[in-house]
Write a protein that binds this ligand. Structure first.
Ligand SMILES: Cc1cc2nc3c(=O)[nH]c(=O)nc-3n(C[C@H](O)[C@H](O)[C@H](O)COP(=O)(O)O)c2cc1C
Length: 214
C-alpha cells in the first residue's frame, strides 16, 4: 500500500473544501422568484425551476422561493380597505417582504414587461413598499427580454429595487437548437444552466453586500 499516497490530498479536494468552508460561513439569503408569464410551459418559469434546482444542488447559502402571482387581482385601489389588501395580495406582499432579494423571469411583450409582472410590481409598491432596498436580478428566455429588462430596471428605480448589472442574462429560446423542453418549459441546455449559476452567484454576492454581511 502506498502510505505516502494515501495521505496526500489532491488540490481539487482542498479547493472544494475551501469553497465549502467559505459558503458555510455565508448567511443564507432568501430570494423571491417571480415569473411574468402565465403560460403552462413557460420558458421563463423553466428558468426559475432551474435556479431552484441549482440552489439545492450546487449553490450554498441561497434559498429561492417561487412566488406565484397569477391569482393576484388586477390592481384596483377600491380593493384596499383601511390600509389592508385582498388576502392573495397580503400573502404575496408578505413573501416579498421576507425575501432579501428578487429574481424576475421576464418575457418581452411588445418591448416591455408583461401586464402580469407589472400588476405584481404595482401591488408590492402600495404602502409600505415591499420592494424597497432589495437586491434584484432579471433573466429572460427571449432576446427581446433585454428591452423588457430595461423597463423593469426603470420601474425598479422608483420601487427602490437594486438590480445587478452583470452578468446579463437572456436567451433566444425560440431559435434552434432548442434549449427547453417545449411541452413543460424545463431548461435542457447545460451551458445555459452554467450561465444561470453565474447570475445567481452574482446576485448572492451583491445581496450580501447590500445586507452588510461581507
Ligand atoms: C403579446 C405578445 C407580445 C410579444 N412581444 C415580443 C417582443 O416584442 N419581442 C420578443 O422578443 N418576443 C415577444 N413575444 C414573445 C414572447 O416574449 C416569448 O414567446 C416568450 O417565450 C414568452 O415567455 P414564456 O415562454 O415564459 O411564456 C411576445 C409574445 C406575446 C404573446
Amino acid at each position: 500500500m502506498d502510505v505516502v499516497g494515501s495521505n496526500k490530498r489532491s488540490r481539487d479536494e482542498e479547493s472544494v473544501e475551501a469553497e465549502e468552508r467559505v459558503a458555510a460561513e455565508k448567511p443564507l439569503i432568501k430570494v423571491a422568484a417571480i415569473c411574468g408569464s402565465l403560460r403552462k410551459a413557460s420558458y421563463n418559469r423553466g428558468l426559475i425551476r432551474a435556479a431552484i434546482e441549482l440552489t439545492k444542488e450546487e449553490i450554498k447559502g441561497v434559498h429561492v422561493e417561487y412566488v406565484e402571482v397569477s391569482a393576484l387581482p388586477m390592481l384596483n385601489t377600491d380593493l384596499e380597505v383601511d390600509g389592508t389588501y385582498p388576502p392573495e395580495v397580503e400573502e404575496f406582499r408578505r413573501k416579498v417582504l421576507e425575501a432579501d432579494s428578487c429574481l424576475f423571469a421576464s418575457p418581452d411583450y411588445n418591448y416591455s414587461i408583461t401586464p402580469l409582472l407589472k400588476n405584481a410590481l404595482d401591488w408590492g409598491s402600495r404602502p409600505p413598499n415591499v420592494w424597497a432596498g432589495k437586491g434584484a436580478a432579471a433573466v429572460s428566455a427571449v432576446g427581446g427580454g433585454r428591452r423588457a429588462q430595461f423597463h423593469l430596471r426603470q420601474i425598479g428605480v422608483y420601487l427602490d429595487l437594486h438590480f445587478i448589472n452583470k452578468p446579463e442574462f437572456y436567451l433566444n429560446a425560440h431559435r434552434p437548437p432548442g434549449k427547453f423542453n417545449t411541452s413543460n418549459g424545463d431548461l435542457l441546455d447545460l451551458e445555459t444552466r452554467e450561465n444561470l449559476k453565474e447570475m445567481i452567484l452574482s446576485l448572492q454576492a451583491f445581496t450580501l453586500r447590500l445586507l452588510g454581511k461581507v
